[in-house]
Design a protein around this ligand. Sequence first.
Ligand SMILES: [Zn+2]
Length: 304
Amino acid sequence: MTNERQGTLIGIDVGGTKIEGVLTDGSGAVLATHRVPARPGDTQVVGDVVAVCRRLSDAPLPVGIGIPGQVDSERGVVRDIVNLGIVRLDLAEEVGAALGTPVRVENDVNAAALGAAAIVGEPVPAGQDFVFLNFGTGLAAGIVRDGRVAHGASGAIGEIGHIPVDPNGLPCPCGQHGCLETVASGGAVARLWPQGEPPMPDLLAKAAAGDAEAGRVLGMVVHAIGDTVQIVIQAYDPAVIAIGGGMAKTGRPLIDAIAAELDRRAAASHFLRTLDMPGRLRLLPADEPIGAIGAALAAKVLGQ
Ligand SMILES: [Zn+2]
């Protein structure tokens, strides 16, 4: 159970329903895992994270935590996590005090981006970006630059889900209309195609079988995903874009549909052809604990 090998790290992915922990080496290879159900409340979240860490190792290893909501990574403070009943919590300080170890906290999508970069395992040249696109309940990107999470000036660097692309589009909880996230996210597809469980594979299958309504909805969704990928490529010009989140569990048929949309656009534009958009896409394996692995890798900065 204990592993005190040099460079060993603990990563914790705190979600709305579960807390998943991994023990990794410095490259993100998983040595042990442990998960518990998530319980709301500051005391419960801190206590559960500490318990998972202790279960993974009785040595005081660096700990990285990925968690949704607004995260101030420099101070280790998290805010406004509705599902967990957290308004403001000094997560790094409280977990660190209990374990006697340094703790790094990252936004969950940023942490997952580090994990995705490790899993994809393609070297990205210095100064170029690796982008993780999370098609989950919402839509957000995590950007890894030179092996580190990029945060931007205010921490909002990856909030691409709230780029408004259609002034006549659906209202978004953020107060705008026609945000990418209102169509290009797992949550949006579940609303637009409620008859499928899970919705995206059902939508693809019915559209392929000639169902006109499925074809219309799929066209809308794939167009918005195409917009998302194109915006990411034109804004960041990343070497690699990894597609993840719940919707990515659809697997190859989803990537094929996205690539077909990007090819369709490129056929009409010499400029887009030069960008080789489909060639940058990678599908992430569905069963890897990417968020927890990335959280562990985020803790590497603690030892530097
Ligand atoms: Zn929005």
